[in-house]
Write a new protein. Structure first.
Length: 250
């Protein structure tokens, strides 16, 4: 079964809140739902990742997280899967108010449905951070050439005159790019590839105002394709074919 990806919604909120809500979405049954969250504050009290994510009658589980600036912000990735999700908003909950939050929600179809809450569909994840013009997050060798690649990144730059743009990696397709201008730039980007690539990369336009490099961090994941069940060949009346010694052909 071939894998596929659909962008469900993205958004941002630049107000101080302890819970942020997405637009209403309708996830498909037995599809892998992923939400990437980039959030932070300027109080310098340390990155605070969501304590929970709720919505659509699903259980959301954190896959990984990456600090971007240790005193201010970070990006996290969460997964969910269910047979009959409900339609509605997704709520991103924090233990303390954040100054801003950005999100991207996508779903993968044709994926492994074993395990719980999408655990069978996410084979591995990796993460990394940098201060520079680009970032590459490297995954281990893939379990199958038919598996897909997903990546999310957050970045900030200390200027207000232009949007901080993030370029997709070679061969990848952008799913969402979200930006906030709060006197500085905060951007979240997500990307995908319907085949395997152990290097998930991005490029950042760090010198719009000549101040230097952006602060960035990212997470990459391997998404497992569903394996079709084998079936026995059938005879003309719906019975399995038999071999030379009367046994069914496996």
């Amino acid at each position: 079964m071939a894998i596929g990806i659909t962008a469900l919604t993205s958004g941002s909120d630049g107000t101080n809140l302890s819970a942020y809500s997405t637009a209403s979405v309708s996830p498909a049954g037995n599809a892998l739902a992923l939400i990437a969250v980039y959030n932070g504050n300027t109080a310098g009290t340390g990155s605070v990742y969501p304590t929970s994510i709720t919505g659509n009658g699903l259980t959301w589980v954190q896959v990984d997280s990456q600090t971007i600036d240790s005193a201010y912000d970070g990006v996290s990735l969460w997964r969910a899967m269910g047979a009959s999700p409900s339609t509605g908003v997704i709520t991103i909950n924090f233990a303390a108010a954040q100054e801003w939050c950005e999100w991207s929600v996508v779903e993968w179809t044709g994926v492994d449905t074993t395990g719980t809450n999408g655990s069978g569909a996410v084979v591995q994840s990796a993460k990394g951070g940098s201060t520079g013009t680009g970032l590459t997050v490297t995954l281990s060798a893939f379990g199958s050439a038919n598996n897909g690649t997903y990546g999310c990144t957050g970045a900030w730059a200390d200027y207000a005159s232009s949007v901080l743009s993030i370029a997709v990696g070679s061969g990848f397709t952008e799913q969402h790019e979200v930006n906030l201008n709060l006197g500085w730039q905060e951007s979240l980007q997500t990307q995908s590839l319907l085949s395997n690539d152990t290097t998930c990369d991005w490029a950042y336009d760090n010198n719009i105002d000549g101040t230097g490099s952006d602060n960035c961090g990212g997470i990459a994941a391997e998404i497992k394709e569903a394996v079709a069940a084998l079936t026995r060949p059938q005879g003309p009346f719906g019975h399995p074919f038999h071999g030379a010694f009367g046994g069914p052909i496996a």
